[in-house]
Design a protein around this ligand. Structure first.
Ligand SMILES: NC(=O)c1ccc[n+]([C@@H]2O[C@H](COP(=O)([O-])OP(=O)(O)OC[C@H]3O[C@@H](n4cnc5c(N)ncnc54)[C@H](OP(=O)(O)O)[C@@H]3O)[C@@H](O)[C@H]2O)c1
Length: 175
């Protein structure tokens, strides 16, 4: 079954970004992000696309904006779409089993959370000041953890690759 999966890294207060940038560098998290999303579809808002600065290779990139004149990036499989329903019908009509990863930011997570059947959350063991982007409120009673793909007992320590300790958890929607 094709899945719609939100993937994010958030601090202890659900913060995900500041000044249109990520909160910190977690190289092991980025590597995991690449490994699970490659070959699939990634959906991002215009701000996140600007923050990344380029389409992500080896994935179908969908950039969401209401701007009908937004230039389509010159890359294989890059698309610009203008509404949640356009993205959802593109995914369900695709003649393959690619999953669709919702990769942020705040506005895009908010728009797609009701349609996600899985969440992949890297919980960062830190609390950042002066943040301006958050993951939306999640009713955790409707989600169950089904895996901890990284680290010793689910935790990755802070080290020269990762500025903070974090735990990546895969959640499945139960209802
Ligand atoms: N920690 C993480 O895992 C993570 C992941 C990704 C991003 N982030 C962070 O999140 C922050 C950016 O979040 P953000 O909320 O400012 O921006 P965003 O969600 O990346 O982009 C917002 C823009 O996307 C378009 N958009 C969003 N929903 C839409 C809809 N339903 N229909 C049509 N267009 C829609 C609009 O573009 P137009 O204004 O052009 O219409 C909107 O202004 C940054 O700090 C970034 O680093 C964190």
């Amino acid at each position: 079954m094709k899945e719609v999966i939100a993937i994010t890294a958030m601090d202890e207060n659900n913060a995900i970004g500041k000044d249109n940038k990520l909160l910190c560098t977690l190289k092991d998290d980025m590597e995991y992000f690449r490994s699970v999303t490659e070959g699939h579809i990634v959906v991002m808002g215009r701000n996140t696309y600007r923050s990344i600065g380029r389409p992500l290779p080896n994935r179908i990139n969908i950039i969401l904006t209401k701007d009908k004149n937004f230039p389509i990036p010159k890359c294989l499989g890059c698309r610009v779409m203008h509404s949640v329903s356009e993205v959802l019908s593109f995914h369900s009509n695709l003649n393959n089993d690619k999953d669709m990863f919702i990769i942020g930011g705040e506005q895009v997570y908010e728009s797609f959370l009701p349609y996600c059947n899985k969440l992949i959350v890297s919980h960062i063991l830190a609390s950042f000041d002066d943040v301006d982007a958050h993951f939306p409120e999640v009713d955790w009673t409707k989600w169950e953890p089904i895996g901890h793909p990284l680290g010793e007992e689910g935790w990755v320590s802070a080290d020269d690759r990762n500025e903070y300790a974090f735990s990546t958890v895969i959640y499945r929607k139960t209802v």
